[in-house]
Design a protein around this ligand. Structure first.
Ligand code: DC
Length: 227
């Protein structure tokens, strides 16, 4: 299933590096517009979490692929936000632990992992219009959507945002791995509007994103739903 076959449902693609604020913006925008919000980072984190649970080496692509055949990753929506269960279990906050941070980019670089998750991501469009955030949403998952936004922020600001959350995420290291990988690297997708959020608050970024949707012809029915 791809974006162009679902003319009725609209995908808003939000990409950007770690801690750029894209999750908060995607959540706020989805709520404002009454759309489903899909966090694709959580899906890659769930695969990384499963490698930890099962003692699978994330650098051994064959072992990770074998694991994919045995583990059930089930995607859904709760209260308008995407959820992922691993063999029926929701890992919750464990998805954001250091051990997951440290290996998620390596797992996400395996093309078979991406193929499985991209198919699940495209399936979400069957459920309704959505805001989906990640690294390759505008470039790979929904390349035909006109609604593509890339949210950036300086490394300094991104590090400060993570530590304000009490997390010591090595964002620069993860970004380097995510940008350099061969399979669907982090890029500014063709036609994406870049918003540098370094000096902006969430409301300002959300308003800038709304402006992009308006300029690019988002249907009035969607924009009118603003709460
Ligand atoms: O958005 P996040 O920090 O939770 O994402 C975790 C990791 O997942 C990120 O370092 C790279 C990977 N990822 C990806 O490769 N493609 C996506 N669409 C989303 C995340």
């Amino acid at each position: 299933m791809s974006g162009e076959k679902n003319i009725a449902n609209i995908a808003v693609a939000i990409d950007g590096p770690a801690a750029s604020g894209k999750s908060t913006v995607a959540k706020t925008l989805a709520k404002k517009l009454g759309l489903i919000m899909v966090n694709t980072g959580a899906m890659y984190r769930a695969v990384a979490w499963a490698t930890l649970r099962d003692g699978v080496n994330p650098d051994d692509a064959d072992a990770v692929i074998e694991m994919l055949g045995k583990v059930d990753f089930s995607c859904g929506v709760e209260d308008g936000v995407s959820t992922i269960l691993v063999d029926g279990f929701y890992p919750g906050e464990e998805l954001r632990q250091d051990a997951v941070n440290n290996r998620v980019s390596r797992v996400a670089a395996i093309p078979e992992v991406r193929k499985l998750l991209v198919a699940k991501q495209r399936d979400y469009l069957k459920l309704g219009s959505l805001v989906m955030e990640g690294r390759d949403i505008g470039s790979v998952v929904f390349p035909d959507t006109p609604f593509k936004i890339y949210i950036d922020a300086s490394e300094e600001v991104r590090l400060a945002r993570r530590s304000a959350e009490g997390l010591a995420d090595e964002v620069a290291k993860r970004d380097a791995e995510d940008s350099k990988r061969k399979a669907s690297p982090l890029v500014v997708a063709d036609g994406a509007v870049v918003i540098d959020s370094s000096e902006m608050n969430i409301d300002e970024v959300v308003n800038a994103a709304m402006e992009v949707l308006r300029e690019r012809g988002a249907p009035a029915s969607m924009l009118d739903a603003v709460s």
